[in-house]
Design a protein around this ligand. Structure first.
Ligand code: SF4
Length: 735
């Protein structure tokens, strides 16, 4: 009898809930419980009622009670999983959702929830499996396609992402989430026209779609269509006057057009809407500086610095960009000191395999000290270092810095310019320096200590001083090999290690690991183990690696990277497939691709980019390689650095014949027009590479290039003409 009464109250409660009469529903369900406290159905219904009212804690308690009464109540497990996920209790959510699926594997809603949970946890593979199962059960499930597309995009599986997102839009053309993901995907691939087309479709469906106007403005801005970009930002603001980001972007456009007052107004508005973000104050700093209102500029910078101490760096970068824009208009005036000043001699040590110390890795002057003869402290104030600082402070050009000056002349972004921006927060150091260049005891915060030339590759443009693997080939070619194959900068590791430890404990901010190949060097792993043990996860790690392996002895470098917040891997790759393997002898292209895929799976947050050694070999096909890796989702379009090969001179692009140079120029032009952001760094670098190549005719070195290439080909059993057919004519011309 009591259970019949309970059932009647339960039906009443459910019907009231469905009609929105919530307090009556609760009363009825409470009465049901009085009749039958062990009724799991009533507990479930009460949980559902609370859930509908966002009373999550009470709802969870009811679902838990329902499960205690009936452990097979699949709906209660599913709802509990949803609530736990919302509360951030991931492992409990996972257990509850898996239990629900164990009871009913066909429950698409629960599976969807589990997929979303896995995605939030960064378990992309597991998430993708869940969404694929939903699609197998219901091929018309647009939402599952959308989620799958999003995961593929995050994993860098671009073509699968595109297919899945387009499928989601087939089922629901109004699915804003899918269209958003598609835009993000196209933008990351630099397919700006496609991204813009998606946004234009969104706007055609909903002209008041503020987000779409804003995104379209960003894309137009990247394409250099500044006035159209301004119109889109203005539309976004008309739809939502409180859109701080749109005000910020509009302000930046005004800055670039030199419209200081307009910029000031937009940044003021952005600052009032988002006073806790430094971007508006950085913009205000530039707008005031442009109007020579120094005091207000200083106040704006102080506000930005109070929010983010790195704001000085952002200011320098912004001003550098505005300068470049003005340079295009031919209106740059820089004081002589700013043209030669470089922060590296104040905070950096670069020690090569021979133990000799230089201020940076591209220094062309004589070494400034020897690590085997001095302590790290003494190196800092060696006579050479002091003279260098003194010259820079006085604005005197330094002969050893020739590569930076030359890079700047061709329009490349020099290391000097990059480092002055990256390390702008250390600019105070120069003010503490004595006129003769003596620096008070300040630790080096940026270390590039090359532990040896141990390397597993024999790249064409390298030699035996940089790679131990080169020694045998060098001997076979009767080239000079200094010492044994392995060279190290130290005689006594324990002494060096004692010097390094205090620096690693505190002071050090960034370490560059360069080779040889750093990922096969024990010293590198010893430093990581030390930093991990000291919990120095704030230290930035920067690698220049040939990317041939991610494992050495028992070390798994990806596992070690997970202890650090900021890791940047720069892979030295010069071309795809056979081209890459030919230039970097010993490299297996399959392994390179597998390594990149493993990184995307296991450490998607580690920054990854490519540094190309631009040479006579890869000059023509470089745009194809760049495009291929962007389209595969392996790199962001901007994540490419072009480094000119200068020595051996026979490998410079300037050695190419006039006909080949013309082909290269046309290929770069096409790449810039069809693929690159007109305003981005790659567009600038490709233009600079073209200028460098055209600046000199060194084709007189072609016979030497051909002779050397033939000798090395014979030795290695290769044929340059097969891998680079476009170079075959150079060989014929010298026969
Ligand atoms: S200016 Fe260039 S070459 Fe000179 S120390 Fe700085 S980075 Fe090195």
């Amino acid at each position: 009898m009591t259970s019949q009464k309970a059932e009647a109250y339960l039906q009443l409660g459910r019907s009231c809930r469905l009609q929105g009469r919530l307090s009556e529903a609760e009363t009825a369900l409470r009465q049901a419980l009085e009749c039958d406290p062990q009724n799991g159905g009533v507990r479930f219904e009460l949980g559902a009622l609370y859930l509908g009212q966002n009373r999550f804690i009470e709802a969870a308690a009811e679902f838990e009670r329902a499960i205690a009464i009936d452990p097979h109540m699949k709906g209660a497990h599913g709802q509990l999983g949803r609530i736990y996920r919302g509360q951030g209790r991931s492992s409990e959510a996972e257990a509850a959702l898996n239990k629900a699926l164990e009871l009913d594997p066909q429950d698409g809603g629960v599976r969807f929830e589990l997929g979303v949970l896995y995605e939030c946890q960064g378990k992309f593979l597991q998430a993708a499996v869940e969404f694929e199962k939903i699609i197998a059960m219901d091929p018309n499930h647009g939402g599952a396609y959308r989620q799958l597309g999003r995961i593929c995009r995050r994993q860098g599986r671009s073509s699968e992402a595109e297919a899945a997102l387009n499928k989601a839009l087939e089922f629901d053309a109004q699915d804003g989430g899918a269209r958003f993901e598609l835009c993000v995907l196209y933008e990351s691939q630099s397919k700006f026209l496609k991204a813009a087309a998606e946004l234009e479709k969104t706007i055609a469906i909903d002209p008041n779609h503020g987000w779409a106007h804003f995104q379209l403005g960003r894309i137009y801005r990247r394409q250099g269509r500044l006035s159209e970009a301004a119109t889109e930002f203005e539309r976004a603001i008309a739809i939502d006057p409180h859109d701080a980001e749109a005000h910020l972007c509009l302000g930046q456009l005004h800055l670039r057009l030199g419209q200081w007052a307009g910029a000031e107004a937009e940044f003021q508005r952005a600052a009032s809407l988002s006073p806790d973000k430094e971007g508006a104050y950085i913009g205000l700093w530039a707008a005031y500086r442009g109007q020579e209102r120094t005091v207000e500029a200083g106040a704006a910078l102080a506000k930005a610095m109070a929010i983010t101490p790195m704001s000085a760096m952002a200011c320098t970068e912004l001003w550098d960009r505005l300068d470049r824009d003005r340079a295009i208009g031919g209106d740059v005036k820089e004081p002589p000191r700013e043209r030669v000043f470089c922060l590296l001699p104040w905070m950096h040590l670069h020690v090569r395999m021979d133990g000799l110390v230089r201020p940076c890795c591209i220094w062309r002057g004589p070494p400034l000290a020897d690590i085997r003869a001095s302590s790290l402290d003494e190196l800092c104030n060696s006579a050479g270092m002091k003279a260098l600082r003194s010259d820079m402070m006085s604005g005197r050009p330094v002969a050893g810095c020739g590569q930076c000056y030359e890079d700047e002349r061709f329009g490349f972004r020099s290391m000097r310019q990059k480092k002055n921006i990256e390390w702008a927060h250390h600019r105070g150091r120069e003010r503490l320096t004595a006129p003769d260049g003596t620096l008070p005891r300040l630790p080096a915060v940026f270390l590039d200590l090359r532990f040896s030339n141990a390397c597993n590759l024999r790249c064409r443009t390298c030699d035996s001083t940089q790679s131990s693997a080169w020694a045998a080939d060098a001997r076979a070619l009767s080239m000079r090999v200094g010492g044994g194959p392995i060279q190290k900068p130290y005689d006594d590791w324990d002494r060096l290690w004692r010097q390094l430890q205090p620096l690693l404990e505190e002071g050090i901010e960034e370490i560059h690991f360069v080779g040889g190949e750093p990922l096969i060097m024990e010293e590198h792993y010893r430093i990581l183990d030390f930093l991990i043990a000291r919990k120095r996860k704030d230290v930035r790690l920067h690698y220049s690696t040939n990317f041939s392996t991610l494992r050495f002895q028992d070390w798994d470098v990806i596992g070690l990277w997970s202890h650090f917040r900021n890791v940047h891997v720069v892979a030295s790759l010069d071309g795809s497939g056979r081209r890459g393997e030919y230039i970097r002898k010993g490299l297996r292209w399959e392994a390179v691709v597998a390594n990149r895929e493993e990184m995307l799976r296991r450490c998607p947050d580690v920054v990854f980019s490519i540094a190309v050694a631009l040479s006579i070999f890869n000059a023509l096909h470089l745009p194809d390689f760049h495009r291929e890796w962007v389209e595969k989702g392996f790199i962001h379009c901007d994540a490419l650095a072009l480094n000119r090969v200068l020595t051996p001179e026979i490998y410079r692009t300037q050695v190419l014949s006039a006909g080949l140079k013309q082909q290269v120029l046309e290929s770069y032009q096409r790449h810039r027009e069809s693929f690159l952001d007109a305003d981005g760094i790659p567009a600038r670098d490709f233009a600079a590479a073209a200028r460098f190549m055209a600046a000199e005719d060194r084709s007189g070195l072609l016979p030497e290039f051909v002779a050397m290439t033939r000798r090395l080909d014979r030795l290695r059993g290769e044929d340059c003409r097969e891998v680079f057919p476009e170079l075959a004519a150079l060989f014929e011309a010298t026969e």
